[in-house]
Design a protein around this ligand. Structure first.
Ligand SMILES: [Zn+2]
Length: 386
């Protein structure tokens, strides 16, 4: 079974918006009172209350019972996560009391909603929804979410049967995610960060600067805050589009895609890793992952150790400073630093797979920079224009 989520814009009436906000408010209150109960219970007995005990405390809420129970579920989940982290020896805090700013969504875990022309919600009513695509699989849960700029969305999760797909044949690619470039492929194609995203980022910084000069609590500050939220949402959407487009292209074209395991890479990169970058990388990797699964394309995560330092031609390991953007080795290998890394990533991925080199006509051992065949040039162009 595969879980997928589907997000749609909602257009609630003024009254329905008020009800949504009331639900968020009630969920916040419920979370806080349940947490209080957990703390007292723990203080008295040394144990957390059971899920059933928490459910009992959600009775007599003005919100739909399943939504209220889901608040208890969320609390149980975060207590369980804390226990697991503690067992693993990781420092783990207790769940916190929440302010209304921290609660952005509420969930119907099973029942209480029906999707037809409109979205019908128990306790709230029929809400106009923009269904821009059909949901695949069986709908499991529904989350109603408010964005920082005040837009409302419905997010359905569905389960689909995992039909076995036949393995695809074709070229293979190693991918190095970078800072100068968005990514470098082992066949020499670089994918640039789109200029419109950079511009939007700069604009966002400006808007944010304007916001922070406004007096706290003033009307102008609230206006500026909304402006920042809107700019941020626009940027996030555009970035997502970009990531979807690139990942779709890669999965369509290649039969095997190798990429660094970011959980390890994040540590290795240290201070260089900007949170925004990290987050779009992680999103990108997960997009490639599920698209690859659906398409029968092999997806391999490799340990990023030495992918930059090692020469992809002869295997010699040499330290490189961050400023060194070019890889040149005594064996004669000479190429961009990120390309060298991409080739290493691919080599690591295919090392254990017998015969994988056979179909990898693009595995460019001994690659010299500048030897891009025309189809790759076209590919690079496609990335720039799209
Ligand atoms: Zn070398």
């Amino acid at each position: 079974m595969r879980r997928r989520s589907w997000k749609y814009r909602l257009y609630p009436s003024k009254e329905q918006k008020e009800k949504f906000d009331l639900y968020l408010y009630e969920c916040k209150n419920l979370w806080n009172s349940l947490l209080e109960y957990v703390k007292v219970h723990y203080g008295e007995t040394g144990n957390f209350p059971t899920r059933k005990q928490l459910y009992l405390k959600t009775k007599e809420q003005s919100i739909f019972s399943q939504v209220a129970q889901n608040v208890a579920d969320r609390l149980v989940k975060s207590l369980e996560a804390r226990s697991t982290r503690k067992k693993d020896g990781v420092k783990a805090g207790f769940p916190r009391f929440k302010s209304i700013e921290r609660i952005k969504s509420f969930t119907y875990p099973q029942f209480g909603f029906r999707l037809e022309e409109k979205l019908e919600l128990s306790g709230i009513g029929q809400i106009t929804i923009k269904k821009h695509r059909d949901i695949e699989g069986t709908i499991k849960t529904l989350t109603i979410k408010k964005s920082p700029s005040g837009k409302w969305h419905a997010i359905f999760s569905s389960e689909t049967e995992q039909t076995p797909v036949s393995k695809k044949a074709g070229p293979v690619a190693g991918i190095d995610l970078g800072i100068d470039h968005f990514a470098y492929l082992s066949n020499g194609v670089s994918i640039e960060n789109p200029r419109h995203l950079k511009q939007a980022e700069q604009k966002l910084k400006k808007t944010h600067g304007c916001f922070s000069t406004k007096k706290k609590g003033s009307k102008n500050r609230n206006k500026a805050k909304l402006k920042v939220a809107k700019a941020y949402e626009k940027l996030t959407n555009r970035r997502k589009d970009f990531l979807h487009r690139i990942s779709r292209h890669l999965v369509d074209k290649y039969a095997l895609i190798a990429i660094e395991n970011l959980n390890v890479a994040g540590l290795a990169r240290g201070f260089l890793a900007k949170s925004v970058l990290d987050c779009s990388w992680a999103e990108f990797v997960s997009m490639i992952h599920y698209k690859a699964e659906e398409a029968g394309c092999d997806f391999v995560l490799v340990n990023p150790a030495y992918t930059t330092q090692m020469c992809s031609s002869c295997g010699l390991v040499q330290k490189k400073s961050l400023a060194e953007r070019w890889h040149s080795c005594q064996c004669g290998a000479s190429m961009p630093r990120d390309l060298n890394a991409a080739i290493n990533i691919l080599n690591k991925a295919t090392a254990g797979i017998a015969g994988s080199q056979a179909c990898g006509e693009e595995t460019p051992t001994g690659y010299k920079y500048g030897r891009q065949v025309s189809s790759e040039k076209q590919e690079a162009r496609a990335f720039r224009h799209g």
